[in-house]
Design a protein around this ligand. Structure first.
Ligand code: GTP
Ligand code: MN
Ligand code: MN
Length: 373
């Protein structure tokens, strides 16, 4: 039959954690469009719809070729009716009317601008939008009551919306290393998030800090923050116990020593380095301040949880979500950035590396650079 002489169709597994997703792929003209709709669904607090668009986009990111026609979509998983309609329109007309009208809409633009302020979530942004506010400065002009995070968010709005470069991330790494080494010797500091996945820019810089000696990391976060504060390197910081992602999905954390696991959302004051001016033309006439604000996330983990924390803080967000969905739906397990719990065996599974966690989950190991789902 005809199918025998056709080249084999690209097969794509249905969970993002079963696939390799490189940073650069062939279908940004489609995935950007789908991700606008995903974002807009988030602004409308429609999580199901948002995840559906994100999963569709992610499948297209994993394809080794450009999608040129509807035939290329045959046998692909996760493509819902709505996503297929949008893709079809873009393939036929070059754009999707729904995507373009979303992009132009007052609500989308205002929500994008308002949630772009550090410390502002969808709920506050939506309330402000309905009160007629449109831009971050409207928050000041109309005298809105802002919490400390939001005050910092407005104050450093321009800097925080300028992408952080790899070079700036490295400069921040040196500062964090210096701070940690000043208060505890032998700590291990690892760059997480987008930069670990190979991104060249990010919205922040993420670090995971641990120590080979279990327990040595206790109390580290406040000491590091004090040191940074004394050096005048912190513009804002808020430390919290880590409970996000863990709250909903059951017992995926050992009942003990959770309280040692701390995270800090912060804003660093980064001096503009002389090394940055080499080939660029913007610095010589730059009359602005000699520093910029950079969002930095710090996480401290006991060594026994380090592999789980590493996997949990590398991302991408969709990859993490899909890992937890795979664990729950396919394996009867519960994964968090602290632990992996096997419901059948009713016990926690230990792991000393990310590879071991993938193995426990029955998944092929995917390196960080291919977790850009
Ligand atoms: P950019 O920063 O935009 O370049 O992308 P990123 O992938 O680094 O995103 P982000 O810094 O927001 O998150 C990095 C990783 O940390 C992602 O895998 C998130 O899922 C994860 N993450 C973010 N916040 C939390 C949290 O509160 N708890 C846990 N466990 N993970 C989180
Ligand atoms: Mn990040
Ligand atoms: Mn982050």
């Amino acid at each position: 039959s005809l199918t025998l002489i056709n080249p084999p169709a690209t097969t794509v597994k249905s969970y993002a954690c079963q696939r390799r997703t490189p940073l650069k792929h062939h279908n940004t003209f489609l995935t950007d469009a789908l991700e606008i709709l995903a974002e807009n669904a988030e602004f409308n607090e429609n999580e199901g719809r948002s995840v559906a668009f994100r999963r569709s986009a992610s499948v297209l990111k994993a394809l080794p070729h450009v999608v040129r026609g509807m035939d290329d979509l045959k046998n692909l998983p996760c493509l819902g009716e709505h996503s297929v309609r949008v893709i079809k329109e873009i393939l036929e007309d070059g754009t999707s009317s729904e995507v373009e009208s979303t992009r132009q809409s007052e609500q989308y633009q205002a929500m994008k601008a308002l949630t772009g302020v550090f410390g502002v979530g969808v709920k506050s942004a939506d309330r402000w939008f309905r009160e007629g506010l449109r831009r971050p400065l409207d928050l000041i002009h109309t005298g809105q009551k802002l919490n400390l995070a939001q005050q910092a968010g407005v104050q450093y709005y321009n800097d925080l919306n300028r992408p952080v470069t790899k070079r700036e991330a490295v400069a921040i790494s040196h500062i964090v290393e210096k701070a940690v080494n000043a208060v505890l010797s032998g700590a291990i500091i690892t760059l997480m998030g987008g930069f670990r996945r190979g991104k060249e820019v990010g919205h922040d810089v993420d670090f995971l800090i641990t120590h080979l000696e279990e327990g040595a990391e206790e109390g580290l976060m406040p000491k590091v923050l004090n040191w940074l504060e004394e050096q005048g390197l912190l513009l804002y910081q808020k430390t919290t116990r880590n409970s996000y992602l863990e709250s909903k999905d059951g017992p995926a954390r050992p009942p003990h020593n959770l309280d040692r696991f701390e995270r800090c959302f912060s804003i660093f004051k980064l001096e503009k380095g002389k090394e940055g001016s080499g080939t660029s033309l913007n610095t010589s006439y730059d009359s602005g301040p000699s520093w910029r604000a950079v969002r930095v996330d710090l996480v401290v983990s006991p060594f026994s949880q380090f592999a789980f924390a590493t996997l949990g803080w590398t991302g991408s967000k969709l990859f993490e979500r899909e890992l937890r969905r795979w664990a729950g739906q396919e394996k009867g397990m519960s994964l968090s950035s602290h632990a992996l719990y096997d419901s059948k065996q009713q016990r926690y599974l230990r792991a000393n590396s990310e590879e071991e966690i993938f193995a426990h989950l029955g998944l092929e190991y995917i390196p960080p650079s291919e977790r850009n789902a």
